[in-house]
Write a protein that binds this ligand. Sequence first.
Ligand code: FNR
Length: 417
Amino acid sequence: MTSSTHVLAKKSISRRKIIGAAGIGLSTLPLMSTQVFAAVSDNARPQAPYRASTAEQKLDIISLDRLAVKARGAIPKEGYAFVSGGAGAEWTLRENRRAFNDYRIAAKRLVGLSNGDIDIRTSLLGLDMPSPIMVAPMGAHRMVHEKGEVDTARGAGLANILYCSSGASNATLEEIAQATTGPKWFQLYWNNDDRVTRSLLTRAKKAGYSAIVLTADALGPGRPEDFIAMGNPFRPDATFGNHDPEKGGFGDFGDQKTALTVKDIQFTKQFTGLPVIVKGILRPDDADRFIRAGADAIQVSNHGGRQIDGVPAGITALPPIVAAVNNRVPVILDGGVRRGIDIIRAVAMGADAVAIGRPFMYGLGLGGAQGVQSVAEHINNDLKSALLLSGASKLSDLNPDFIEIVGQNEEYSTFDG
Ligand code: FNR
């Protein structure tokens, strides 16, 4: 055992002890989402009034890793634990970052490019986008900022990037739609009560969302072990907005349907007439099956390592999925995308766009809407610089010839946020 694996093993043992003491052993975590949500409230400690950030400022960002370190010191510890952690022993969470190193950039030299030649614009499902980045769907933004999703969506609009609204938002989908001036998609958590599902889809279409993301890999909110050990301190004053009866909603968010099938892809498409993106795909045969069922795009994702530990990194799953998709529909990648060079690798290996999660939450916590805008601007600038240094002028110039596959031989040593 190397010293680093020894440290990790020790870490996971001590975490199991904590959970055992709290009476919430991992093996006893219920599979049904209704029960998962029941467990959330049963285990939650009575909460003192929770105040998150009210910051509203542009951020000077050197890197998203450093931003995560700043966020850890600035946002409430409950919010940070909720956002930063992953499922189980967090192997997949770490792997989402490490695995990018399996793909080295074979940069080209003396290709006659300068800054003015660099163009990171792209298009996705009919949207013209200033860059291939989007805000991944994430629930419960009021864990890090008082304005929650309204400010995240406003920040995405300030940067004109695509905002994907989570079905687990604290704000309503209508409040979020109004807050962003940019393009927007709605991510659906299917409810056991069909009336609730239909109502959410109808509302999303009416509010102007241009596509529906069907999350296929989640049975409830991610609850990292550090968060469980704190007693699942979700804010009692921040509910699931889309189900709030005072705001036109109904139904129990926790009553999620777990028995989803490809028929649900077909239903979503027919019912809304909107494109459907299936999110959470890690297998090429799943991608093929879902496209045959009508999926308009595939999102390769392991939910930021928050649902099941032990599955591969998105970037590892990407190449065989790209081969199976064979240009039939666009492919989106998420999980651990933090640098322009990560996006170069993803696009060179066939991704059309990337979704980014946690850094936008940190931007929100540290700077509200302007913080979110700063994160988008930072990653776009980093991508421009990475493209120039790779020897390509635009995203469509990238292809597997820019990548050298080296296999798993390196630990990612930088702090993982
Ligand atoms: C998520 N994610 C997520 N996905 C989804 O489809 N619906 C959801 O409600 C949520 N909620 C959520 C909350 C938080 C706090 C996080 C960090 C993530 C997963 C998300 O869409 C995306 O797959 C990952 O966040 C991408 O990984 P990175 O960029 O965070 O490493």
